[in-house]
Design a protein around this ligand. Structure first.
Ligand SMILES: [Zn+2]
Length: 902
């Protein structure tokens, strides 16, 4: 082995230690053009006793046609940690499919030995209450920032999880001034794969189908599922519904990394996020200085190394707080993000960054979009390129090392900013209204309050239980109300989640939703207070909130009623009372036991002989059972869970996943069916209700789905590919259900089945004539409504769908579903919910062109043959978010036999 000396123009990377010549030679070979690499990553040290990725995996990072399974990734890090005193692994929890989640730490021996001290210091800066300015300065002077890196949140974006292994090795072994500086001044932590379940499924799919791809044209697409439920939306799980995401959040709140850097793949050749408008105004202004500070440094360094196509600004904005890594910005840290050019695998491919001219298509903007020279893209990417996995590695690793170089040069600035943002959050709560929020006690449904409590609390927001009455200018609230004061470290986050979103400029487009206001999404009363007196309200901080549930053993009760106050737990209760006959009262009434208690419509009634089963099943929060002296005299009907199926295409499983997750969570049994089952026919023989969740791409996409590529594309489990064929399997996922499937759905409804369509799927029965007289249309191009919350008006309040809804006007999330039209003669009978429309009906977020939805149906029920079709233009089960709307879907399921328009 030769001792290689690098005497380069860049003193910081001059290094004199033994180098891995095999690495240098192969990396050069795999890099498709000389300018697609940098002096930071064209070499790799060789250190006796410390294993490089190749020593453990058998191949270098960036080897063509090599992707690494999660277990092997962990094996590499464990081997490295076993040999290097600069690397440590912590196990932090489990994924949704039970895989181990870890965080890898790489830093100097000194940092590793004193990790707990550094962690505690960051904890003090994260919550500086009780810390003096001089005390804070003292801590900052003796602390190091944690810089957290994450790869593989999106499973098809395969490069970063490979690169991070090489980065860890380089950081642990290289003795250049650059790397030594990083090691000494920064504590680097790594989530090797943010979605390990999806990683393994994707790597299986890659080896089965994608390994021979040579061009974009023969791309077979990805597997139908990544993780257990929600695919790409794992970066939109704002309420932390998925275990894998909760695991990372718990780790975050214990370690407080001031920077979290999420590595994605899409844009040529590398986009680095700078926090462009629209920007969330509640976040600290310092953050909006830090983001471009760092991205500009990367852009400058990489451009200096001659790497084309690095750009910042444009693309992703700073409005939605729901991205996974945004947990950092939300907690006074900083989310950073890359989009690196990738081939959805490790094959080298010819890529057209700008598609070839298509005479049939409208002209593209001057400059060709992504390859245009802009002030934020001084050295644009090429129009066409041969691109390799190693190019991807070179770009992401050079970018990350540049970011770490900057942080290592200014560690105290990063820490000071983190401290200041935390301090400012507390101070802002003392001087800028709103000063806090009250969730008034005594709300009829405590389970929605509990949901809000849990989502806030899991993110570290302090919530107090009022120990006495709270008097504010907004009203007087009873003891037992929940109080969220803004003068706390995460007071800004509380405001971000609870405030009405006031979108700054209707001409700005945004990357995701414009609204998420929790009170509106969950139908929970939450009062914003501009009264500073709230800061002095007497409260006791609590770590859990459990609404009482009661089941009175009332004697001499003949029947028991479980009050329907709109809790989603009602359907769980029905599910748990398996063999018990349950009836629903169709009208509210007052009990005749002397208490005159109101029993709302939809309340369950069971006979006293079932009291024991009822009491056992009431091991659920927030439900109230009361004894009745006699059987209610109001009309009742039996409540049974139907034989239920949820239909999914193979090409668009994401929104189906959210519905599956909700039904699993509330213990509602269902079959997940695909085109294979539909085409077999006799759906009515097997099911009473079929739900077609929102699945994008309109009615045609729902019917024809993935375009066949000439040979079958099986999603099946084999000895070699154990992660495929989960949550359904198919010998060929292409082709869709086709017209034969449409006919089977028609037969299902004709024979008495209830078909429920959600959001965009509601275009399907309209366009394929199952609901012959309902028309479906798209809004005009001037209409722009990225997920606002709007008013909807209940027109048939006695329909069982609206049991538990006490208001006539309710907030719903706009779903971008079809604009439905029901003919005048059917309207009164069939339209159950409608949108008032107009700007004043927009409660939060942006709807541009709100007049277009004026008077449009929100829910339509159309009798067809012996059955019916229930079309939601809304999506009542959206991302574990519009918790207040779930009840309409659950009611439709539980009362499927009694929904007749009335
Ligand atoms: Zn991504």
């Amino acid at each position: 082995m030769r001792l290689l000396l690098f005497f380069l123009a860049y003193a910081s990377i001059a290094v004199s230690q033994p180098m891995d010549e095999d690495f240098a030679r192969l990396v050069k070979e795999w890099t498709t053009r000389p300018e697609f690499t940098s002096p930071l990553v064209d070499h790799l040290p060789k250190v006796d006793g410390v294993p490089s990725p190749k020593d453990v995996l058998g191949y270098h990072i960036g080897t063509p046609k090599k992707l690494t399974y999660y277990a092997d990734i962990l094996r590499y890090y464990r081997t490295l940690a076993g040999k290097s005193p600069r690397v440590r692994i912590m196990t932090i929890g489990k994924t949704d499919e039970g895989r181990e989640c870890v965080v890898v730490v790489v830093a100097s021996e000194e940092s590793i030995q004193n990790l707990e001290t550094y962690r505690a210091n960051l904890g003090q800066l994260a919550d500086p209450r009780g810390l003096s300015e001089s005390g804070a300065r003292e801590i900052i002077a003796h602390s190091k920032p944690i810089y957290h890196l994450m790869g593989g949140l999106h499973s098809s974006e395969t490069g970063p999880s490979e690169m991070l292994m090489e980065l860890a090795y380089r950081l642990a072994t290289e003795e250049s001034p650059l790397i030594k500086g990083i090691r000494d001044h920064v504590i680097v932590t790594i989530t090797p794969v943010s979605d390990p379940d999806g990683r393994d499924r994707y790597v299986d799919w890659y080896y089965r189908y994608k390994i021979d791809e040579t061009s974009e044209q023969d791309n077979v697409g990805g597997p139908p599922l990544w993780g257990k439920y929600i695919f790409h939306d794992n970066n939109r799980d704002i309420n932390y519904s998925q275990l894998t995401m909760q695991t990372l959040l718990k780790w975050y709140l214990h370690w407080h990394p001031p920077i979290m850097h999420d590595l994605h793949e899409s844009q040529p050749f590398m986009y680095t996020f700078s926090g462009q408008p629209p920007q969330n105004p509640t976040l600290d202004p310092i953050l909006y200085g830090e983001l471009p500070w760092m991205s500009s440094f990367e852009l400058e360094q990489m451009t200096k190394y001659g790497m084309p196509g690095v750009w910042t600004h444009a693309f992703v904005d700073m409005w939605s707080p729901g991205y996974l890594g945004f947990m950092s910005s939300n907690h006074n840290g900083m989310l950073r993000m890359y989009e690196i050019f990738g081939n959805s695998g490790a094959n080298t491919m010819h890529r057209r960054v700008v598609p070839p001219p298509n005479p049939a298509a409208p002209p593209t903007p001057a400059g060709g979009g992504l390859v245009s020279r802009e002030w934020y893209r001084p050295l644009p990417p090429y129009r066409e390129v041969d691109w390799s996995m190693r190019n991807n590695t070179n770009y992401s690793e050079t970018g990350v090392l540049s970011a770490l170089e900057l942080v290592a040069a200014f560690p105290q600035i990063v820490l000071e900013n983190f401290y200041k943002k935390s301090r400012n959050s507390i101070e802002s709560g003392k001087k800028d209204p709103p000063f806090g929020y009250v969730i008034p006690g005594g709300q009829a449904d405590g389970t929605r309050v509990q949901f809000v409590f849990n989502v806030l609390h899991v993110q570290g927001i302090e919530i107090g239980l009022a120990t006495s009455e709270v008097k504010l200018k907004e009203g007087t609230f009873p003891a037992g109300s929940l109080v969220i004061k803004r003068d706390q470290p995460y007071g800004r986050l509380a405001k971000i989640l609870l405030v009405k979103q006031d979108y700054p400029d209707p001409n700005l487009r945004t990357y995701d939703d414009t609204a998420w206001t929790m009170g509106l999404m969950t139908h929970t009363k939450i009062v914003e207070s501009a009264d500073p007196a709230i800061l002095n309200a007497a409260v006791q901080l609590i770590d859990s909130f459990t609404p009482g549930n009661t089941s009175e053993s009332y004697s001499p009760a003949a029947y028991y009623a479980v009050l329907d106050n709109g809790s989603n737990n009602m359907i769980t209760l029905r599910s748990r009372l398996k063999n018990v006959p349950v009836f629903a009262v169709e009208q509210s009434f007052h009990s005749s036991d002397g208490t005159d208690r109101e029993i709302p419509a939809g309340s369950f009634v069971v006979g006293k002989e079932y009291f024991d089963q009822l009491a056992a099943a009431m091991n659920l929060t927030g439900l109230h059972a009361v004894g009745l002296p006699n059987r209610p005299t109001v009309p009742t009907h039996e409540v049974k869970l139907p034989r239920l199926a949820i239909y999914s295409t193979w090409g668009n499983t994401q929104d189906v996943g959210w519905v599956r997750h909700a039904f699993d969570h509330f213990e509602v049994p269902f079959d997940l069916i695909y085109k294979e089952r539909v085409k077999r026919g006799n759906l009515r023989g097997a099911y009473d209700v079929i739900i077609i969740p929102n699945q994008g791409r309109g009615a045609k996409g729902l019917v024809y789905d993935i375009e066949p590529k000439g040979k079958p594309l099986a999603y099946t489990q084999t000895d070699q590919f154990k992660n495929l064929g989960m949550y359904g399997s198919s010998e060929d996922i292409t082709g869709g259900m086709g017209l034969e499937g449409v006919v089977e759905f028609q037969k299902f409804v004709d024979a008495g089945g209830l078909l429920i369509t959600l959001g965009e799927a509601s275009a399907f029965p309209a366009e394929y004539g199952i609901t012959r007289r309902v028309e479906s249309a798209r809004p005009t191009p001037q209409f722009y409504a990225p997920g606002p919350i709007v008013q909807a008006e209940i027109l048939h309040s006695t329909n069982p769908i609206f049991y538990g809804y006490s208001e006539k006007i309710i907030p719903v999330r706009w779903a971008n579903g079809p604009l439905l039209t029901v003919p005048e003669r059917d309207r009164e009978q069939q339209v159950l919910l409608r949108f008032p429309g107009g700007d004043q009906s927009v409660l939060s977020g942006l709807m541009k062109g709100a007049n277009e939805i004026r008077g449009r149906p929100g829910i339509v029920e159309v009798p067809v043959g012996k059955g019916s079709v229930l079309m939601f233009a809304t999506n009542p089960c959206y991302r574990w978010q519009n918790y207040g709307e779930f009840g309409m879907l659950f009611n439709a399921v539980m009362h499927y036999d009694d929904l007749k328009p009335r």
